[in-house]
Design a protein around this ligand. Structure first.
Ligand code: NDP
Length: 282
């Protein structure tokens, strides 16, 4: 029997919210570690975001995640930002502080933690596809973690240029924008290839990056941010070439683990979280 009937509350504000599996991952970790915490997955429209943040503060929530479309908009409703969140200009995790919240971005940190378990990032040359919210977080955190060069390849030129300029000016790494020409050839000296676009995301399971597949070499490390499904066309093709791969579930599980650590101080068992999503996927 628990000693109190007042659980700690965290959750997520997003729209849409129904297909986000984070609640299952978080609750599996809470159960496994005997934490009397609840994670509430809430669909919140942009018009109601301020009311939701104020409501969470009023109810004493310990924190919350924000996903599409609130990662930038929520900043004006909270009290402050962590260091890398300030550079990235977007947040996904709020932590209660006084009567308000401080915003952090764990997307990039989760990715860096997952990839650092496979390789030493120091001095690596990275080619990254995408320049949206996830790409901004990944690019900045990879650069802060010690890679030497980042090539940003993005369909929309302006977004790609902006991200390359941001990383180049605010981190020790060098960053350039490369236009995404038809059948883009991955530079031969690339050591790591990252998909931070939404290509391959459910329901378009067969969507492929428009690249020259013969330029993907077996000695490259290939990572995909898409976690639904984790076995994307890119991950399958890279495995066939003999590349070491990291799927988007590795990133998602690490993102969730860092959130729980920030909220509760507990370093959770990551396999429990990964199993929770795999069970969902059947
Ligand atoms: P955004 O909408 O902010 O950005 C989408 C990116 O994908 C842009 O760079 C966009 O290019 C590009 N893109 C989309 N469709 C195409 C296409 N057909 N051809 C070329 N480029 C395309 O989304 P997010 O950055 O928030 O999310 C991106 C992905 O990252 C999603 O799949 C999301 O699930 C994943 N993610 C995974 C996490 C994890 O823990 N594993 C955490 C957070 C996100 P353009 O600028 O030209 O529009």
């Amino acid at each position: 029997m628990t000693e109190t009937f007042l659980s700690e509350i965290v959750g997520s504000f997003a729209m849409p919210a129904a297909e986000n599996p984070t609640v299952a991952i978080m609750e599996a970790a809470f159960r496994h570690h005997g934490l009397d915490w609840r994670y509430l997955n809430c669909e919140v429209s942009p018009q109601k975001l301020k009311a939701a943040v104020d409501g969470a503060a009023a109810m004493g929530w310990a924190g919350f995640n924000c996903s599409i479309p609130h990662k930038i908009a929520v900043i004006e409703h909270i009290a402050g930002l962590g260091k890398s969140a300030e550079i990235i200009g977007a947040v996904n995790t709020m932590i209660a502080k006084g009567d308000s919240f401080v915003g952090e971005n764990t997307d990039g940190r989760g990715f860096v933690e997952a990839i650092s378990a496979i390789t030493d990032l120091a001095g690596k040359k990275v080619v990254m596809f995408g320049a949206g919210g996830a790409a901004r977080a990944l690019g900045v955190e990879l650069a802060l973690a010690g890679i030497s060069e980042l090539a940003v390849v993005n369909r929309s030129k302006q977004r790609g240029r902006d991200l390359a300029a941001l990383v180049d000016s605010k981190t020790p790494a060098r960053a350039d924008y490369l236009p995404w020409a038809e059948r883009f050839a991955i530079p031969r000296d690339a050591e790591m290839v990252v998909n931070a676009t939404s290509i391959g995301l459910y329901p378009d399971l067969e969507a492929k990056l428009d690249i020259d597949w013969s330029s993907l070499e077996g000695n490259m490390l290939v990572a995909d941010g898409v976690h639904n499904p984790p076995n994307t066309h890119l991950i399958r093709s890279a495995r066939d070439k003999g590349c070491t791969v990291l799927d988007g579930l590795g990133m998602l599980v690490n993102v969730c683990a860092i959130c729980i650590d920030l909220w509760t101080g507990v370093r959770v068992e990551k396999q429990v979280m990964r199993d929770a999503v795999i069970n969902l996927n059947g």
